[in-house]
Design a protein around this ligand. Structure first.
Ligand code: C2E
Ligand code: MG
Ligand code: MG
Ligand code: MG
Length: 290
């Protein structure tokens, strides 16, 4: 009896695997075509200075307008794009598009702000990343100080000579460098003095329960204090409530990003916010922003 059950389970399992393998292959194929078909687009989320409520930057977040599946969030295709290497040409498109868009906003007379781009560790393993970034800047005419790059702790943990050298090259171009999802990487803090970093972005997982969990509050306070001692700017990710915002302000955190201020917006929506040029008012707490 057990044997029969086992076999049935096995068959069920393989059938399931086949379906998933096929879906994956289809996804990979359409991902390959997506660049040619111009199916990628960027949304922009404001980065807000806590004290003033002023927009001090934006983060570009990739979306895939899939012909059948609609708007696909990055969590559903970036891991695959990294496995098959497609993140390299996709990331190149992102860099070009962000520089072009930011320069277009500046040319329209909007306040000049840095826009941040997420870089995959795989892009750092390409020898020509500096070249790619330099081209994105020169073709758009955007000044390097208005491009920020976000890297992960895991990139710094690997800390190959080549990566370190590349980071210094990028810093020398005049870019800002931020560490994304800070606190989740289980890494040594020594890299903070080894690398040319400007900003820490505290991961959302610490911010989420900060009002109810004293341990999370302690971790955030410690990160802010450490960052400031190292002359780094600190941003808190995933700020959704007034309580979270108040705590972060009290602790002297510089900036915040999250639904409390604004969701990621299409370029047009971001432009409207920039044109208003006003501090972002805190939203009524029980009003879910769209
Ligand atoms: P990330 O860089 O940490 O980006 C922040 C994510 O948090 C975004 O998810 C954003 O929509 C979400 N978020 C912002 N505020 C809140 C909030 O208040 N509450 C909650 N629950 N979430 C909030 P998104 O757009 O789905 O992006 C997910 C991840 O995909 C990004 O995390 C980043 O690691 C990656 N990603 C996005 N665009 C790119 C890209 O162009 N290249 C690469 N390599 N990765 C990208
Ligand atoms: Mg990011
Ligand atoms: Mg992040
Ligand atoms: Mg995060």
């Amino acid at each position: 009896h057990a044997k029969k059950l086992g076999r049935n389970n096995y068959q069920f399992f393989t059938a399931d695997l086949n379906v998933r393998a096929r879906q994956r292959l289809e996804m990979e194929n359409s991902l390959r075509l997506a660049l040619d078909h111009r199916e990628f687009l960027l949304h922009y989320q404001p980065l807000v200075e806590l004290e003033s409520g002023r927009i001090v930057g934006a983060e570009a977040l990739l979306r895939w307008q899939h012909p059948e599946q609609g708007l696909v969030p990055p969590g559903e295709f970036i891991p695959l794009a990294e496995e098959c290497g497609l993140i390299v040409p996709i990331g190149e498109w992102v860099l070009g598009e962000v520089c072009r868009q930011n320069k277009a906003w500046q040319d329209e007379g909007l306040t000049k702000l840095p826009v941040a781009v997420n870089l995959s560790p795989l892009q750092f393993r390409q020898r020509n990343l500096e070249e790619v970034i330099r081209r994105a800047l020169s073709e758009s005419g955007l000044a390097p100080e208005y491009l920020e790059i976000e890297i992960t702790e895991s990139l710094l943990m690997s800390a190959e000579e080549q990566t370190i050298a590349l980071l210094y090259q990028l810093k020398n171009l005049g870019l800002n460098i931020a560490i994304d999802d800070f606190g989740t990487g289980y890494s040594s803090l020594s890299y903070l003095k080894l690398f040319p970093i400007d900003k820490l972005k505290i991961d959302r997982s610490f911010v989420r329960d900060v009002s109810s969990d004293p341990d999370d509050a302690a971790i955030i306070s410690a990160i802010i204090a450490m960052a400031h001692r190292l002359r780094l700017r600190v941003l808190a990710e995933g700020v959704e409530t007034i309580d979270q915002r108040n705590f972060l302000m009290l602790e002297g955190c510089n900036d915040a990003q999250g639904y409390h201020y604004s969701r990621p917006l299409p370029a047009e929506g971001m432009k409207t916010l920039l044109r208003k040029g006003q501090p972002l008012p805190p939203l009524p707490e029980n009003l879910d922003p769209v």
